[in-house]
Design a protein around this ligand. Structure first.
Ligand code: R5P
Length: 289
């Protein structure tokens, strides 16, 4: 499993981490435990203006099959752990929900498995990762380890020691890429994790500048890219902000340059319209993870 990468695995990794060493992943897998998440109620519609700007999508097998055109040429990272629901008190009770063989049939570039370090079902989620890595090795299919924090977003997602612990464990198990949260001292998390790291965006930030700064800081401190969801497709101008993020990830733009780009692209025509009024309870709970 830890031998030199085969052509197939290198090719699949290359669909996620591009030739410049950077990755712009668009995360839309939230529905696997949050259902019709605000901004992603109708995935095919939300995706339409975004597909051209993402290197790869992170999504569930059902949304790939139902909502992504077969003409999509980017990478596909398929969520392969789940079984939890946002209603659960403890979010960590996940199992493997997609085999590597099924993922390969869906033309996956990789599969994604969450681990919940410190949570009630920590051991089970680590075994999910171990099992998935072994299963995926039969197909030279890369595995993305996701350091999940359940509903304790605010405490754990900013805790450098917790993130370094989770990321390192994912890498030790053999994850090819790790997805985690950005924190103060992020360079230490990167240094202690001997595989590429991408960052999640987390709940929606207040301004475009905040989003761009998060991306810029993460890359400057060693992330290879972003695997971002809500801060793109819940924003006012999803097509504009994704291009700003792209400018930072692949174009070497500063925060100010990327912000100028976003402002120049944000028009009334590409403003996101709420498809359905968000239920206040849903809006609140969907920001907790
Ligand atoms: C987390 O469990 C989900 O898999 C999302 O992919 C992840 O949280 C990234 O999305 P966001 O940028 O919205 O936090």
């Amino acid at each position: 499993m830890f031998n030199e990468m085969s052509w197939g695995k290198k090719n699949r990794m290359g669909q996620i981490i591009q030739a410049d060493g950077r990755a712009l992943m668009l995360a839309i897998d939230h529905g696997y435990f949050m259902g019709p998440t605000r901004g992603m109620e109708v995935p095919s519609k939300a995706l339409e203006p975004l597909l051209a700007h993402a290197d790869s999508l992170m999504l569930s097998p059902g949304i790939l099959s139902s909502s992504v055109p077969v003409t999509f040429r980017g990478g596909k990272v398929l969520r392969a752990s789940g079984g939890n629901v946002i209603l659960d008190e403890d979010m960590s009770n996940e199992a493997v929900i997609l085999s590597a063989q099924q993922a390969v049939r869906l033309d996956a570039s990789a599969i994604a498995i969450s681990i919940y370090v410190g949570a009630e079902y920590q051991h089970q989620t680590l075994m999910n990762l171990a099992q998935a890595i072994e299963d995926a090795s039969d197909y030279d299919l890369p595995v993305l380890g996701v350091t999940a924090v359940g509903k304790e977003m605010k405490e754990k997602a900013t805790d450098k020691r917790f993130l370094a612990l989770s990321c390192r464990i994912a890498a030790e198990f053999g994850a090819d890429i790790v997805k985690t949260y950005y924190c103060d001292g992020f360079e230490e998390v990167v240094a202690k994790t001997p595989v590429p790291i991408v960052i999640a965006g987390g709940p929606r930030l207040d301004t475009y500048e905040d989003i761009l700064r998060l991306c810029h800081n993460a890359l400057e401190r060693g992330a290879v890219g972003v695997d971002m969801g809500r801060n793109i497709w819940q924003s006012e101008h999803p097509a504009a902000i994704i291009q700003g993020v792209r400018g930072i990830v692949h174009g070497g733009l500063s925060v100010a340059e990327a912000l100028d780009l976003v402002n120049s692209l944000a028009t009334d025509e590409n403003r996101r319209t709420e498809v359905f009024a968000a239920h206040p309870d849903d809006a609140a709970v969907q920001t907790k993870h």
